[in-house]
Design a protein around this ligand. Structure first.
Ligand code: GAP
Length: 585
């Protein structure tokens, strides 16, 4: 029998201890939808709070909360209606749908099948005689089709107003740009964050909460002046593991360890803003419990990039020997704002005021319509438009006696004196620029999974196998378990009073009085509670309790009166358990 993987053990623990489980199980469940149980909901919330603290508050950005359903024009403009799709192949025998690119990647040496044209994927499926992973039937000859991942709905009765569940939270930020820029007093750079649900009708959701159909994203859209560069002082010495596209293409390519400063200087990371975010995120990931030895940044290959991205790096974590994408850091250029500017009536630009007004020359025309009208009839207005465009584009065209305009391929000569051509000086205070967007986009569910996976430990305590989650105190759902040693009115009253004092000190507490004390410790170890406090009969005499540390299982006797301050300091990391004085010496 093959040994269970950590993922298999984790998924079982997650269900048993209330981290996450497939939703609507009573009706058989449906792939790609998960419920976070009491522990999981707290862990996820703590991670979201830590993200907000770092990327919204810590960077001085605004946070918004937009609807999850948006009308069709949003996704027409954003390009999601046209291009947000995956390759679908259906099994001719059992009818199961699969991602054709995944089947190719899982069974051949092709690493980036997503970027291949469909006919080539069909050829590979046939050449390698690839089969349905569900029933083993051959897939050769089956059509591979594009499948749009957005969930469609109708807004209101009837079908006159189609809408879509947002496939990324980002669009909720972009469409509000004309208003958000006012809140930012029209000053670049400014950032807007959002934490919320996104929906993708994944063809084959898999690996529990790693690929789901409803998930949470934490996204930051930073609007920058394309001419500006960030200050990298804070991150230049941060060490990162990078897997650039060049190394992925090379026969014996490898990930490289470097610093953000070096990688930006030698062009490995082409955009310094991306460098900035990779640097701060390296440290943030470590702070919430991602094992940085099992973490890297991988650059997207050109065929892999989303339709809006000019460059993109993924944060990847290692799970049972596989790398999974947990965040994307994309340079979206002016793609989104330009598209929404083209499709809507609003202005998706910022007025960039010059330090000193500039005097510029402007070429204009003021055509003589008493000449153009009889000469060109119904085409006269088109001639005017051509002359205006030409004056702006190439004023030398007006240097001679006549100027030539092109009317649907037909050249026409017009005397320059009839065009009213002139060059005048104009003073301008600034110009409208379309900001560029740099976007760190975090998948919260995949991060929750990574944090749990990287915290999963097995050891032996007193000859017994133990499983525990070495969760960081900042994100652990519960910080302290408080137990009366036995069911006894006096012990319970004292333990409840301690629990209530600790709660008042802002610590996440669980109170547990059921079962043997050893079993209660094991329960808290398994959910990752960093400390347990046990009230025994001696406590009633000496006003002290036993405090046990999860990872080392070391125990110390500490005064009850000092517990709130001591535990708060342990949580903040300003004190180590090993530094505490044990009353029992
Ligand atoms: N706005 C950019 C964007 O949405 P993305 O790379 O498609 O970029 C960002 O998604 C992150 O969202 C990914 O790195 C991943 O962590 C998470 N994510 C994407 N699809 C997911 C899915 N089906 N299930 C769980 N998480 C997903």
């Amino acid at each position: 029998m093959s040994e269970e993987s950590t993922s298999e053990k984790l998924v079982e623990l997650a269900k048993r201890r209330g981290y996450f489980f497939q939703s609507a199980g009573v009706y058989g469940g449906v792939g790609g939808f998960y419920t976070f149980g009491p522990q999981g909901a707290s862990l996820k919330q703590n991670i979201e709070d830590a993200w907000r603290e770092r990327y919204a508050v810590g960077e001085g950005h605004m946070e918004i909360d937009a609807p999850t359903i948006m009308p069709e024009p949003v996704f027409e403009a954003s390009g999601h209606l046209e291009g947000f799709d995956d390759m679908l192949v259906e099994c001719p025998e059992c009818g199961t749908s699969h991602r054709a690119d995944h089947i190719v990647e899982d069974n051949t040496d092709y690493e980036d099948a997503e970027s291949l044209p469909i006919p080539e994927v069909e050829e590979i499926v046939a050449e390698y005689e690839l089969v349905c992973p569900a029933c083993g039937a051959g897939l050769a000859g089956q059509a591979v089709e594009r499948f749009n991942l957005m969930f469609a709905t109708n807004i209101g009765p009837g079908d006159s107003q189609p809408g879509y569940m947002r496939p990324e939270t980002a669009q909720g930020i972009f469409v509000e740009f004309p208003r958000l820029k006012e809140y930012a007093r029209n000053q670049l750079p400014f950032g807007v964050t959002q934490i919320g649900r996104a929906y993708r009708n994944e063809i084959s959701p898999r690996r529990s909460i790693i690929r789901t159909r409803e998930f949470t994203q934490a996204e930051l859209e930073l609007f920058i002046d394309p001419e500006d560069e960030p200050d990298l002082t804070e991150v230049e010495d941060v060490t990162v593991t990078l897997y650039p596209a060049s190394e992925q293409h090379a026969e014996d390519g490898n990930a490289v360890e470097t610093t953000i400063g070096e990688a930006v200087a030698d062009g490995t990371i082409a955009d310094p803003w991306i460098g900035y975010f990779l640097g701060i995120s390296q440290e943030w990931y470590a702070s919430v419990g991602v094992d940085t030895e099992r973490f890297r940044y991988r650059q997207h290959l050109s065929g892999e990039r989303a339709h809006y991205a000019a460059d993109c790096w993924d944060a990847e974590s290692e799970i049972d020997g596989n790398w999974i994408e947990i965040a994307g850091f994309a340079h979206r250029g002016d793609y989104d704002l330009s598209k929404h500017g083209e499709h809507s009536e609003d202005r998706f630009t910022i007025f960039n005021q010059y330090d000193d007004p500039k005097t510029v020359e402007r070429a204009t025309v003021d055509p003589d319509m008493s000449y153009l009208g009889p000469e060109f009839g119904s085409d006269a207005q088109a001639v005017v438009a051509e002359l205006e465009a030409l004056a702006e584009r190439d004023r030398t065209a007006f240097d001679g006696e006549t100027v030539t305009v092109d009317l649907e391929g037909e050249p026409s000569e017009i005397p320059v004196e009839k065009t009213g051509f002139s060059v005048d000086e104009e003073t301008i205070a600034g110009e409208h620029v379309t900001p560029h967007v740099v976007e760190p986009s975090f998948g919260v569910d995949r991060l929750v999974y990574t944090v749990l996976h990287h915290a999963y430990r097995e050891d032996e305590v007193d000859g017994e196998k133990r499983t525990y989650l070495a969760l960081d105190p900042e994100v652990a759902p519960t910080f302290v378990g408080v137990f009366p040693l036995q069911r006894d009115d006096d012990l319970e009253a004292r333990a409840e009073a301690i629990a209530s004092d600790l709660r008042a000190a802002g610590l996440a507490i669980t109170y547990d009085d059921s079962g043997a004390i050893g079993r209660r410790y094991r329960r808290q170890d398994e959910v990752g509670t960093p400390f347990c406090v046990t009230v025994d009969y001696e406590s009633l005499e000496d006003d002290a309790v036993t405090v046990r540390e999860r990872d080392s299982t070391a125990q110390k006797r500490l005064p009850i009166a000092e517990l709130p301050d001591t535990l708060a300091a342990l949580r903040a990391g300003s004190l180590e358990f090993a530094e505490l004085e044990d009353l029992e010496g």
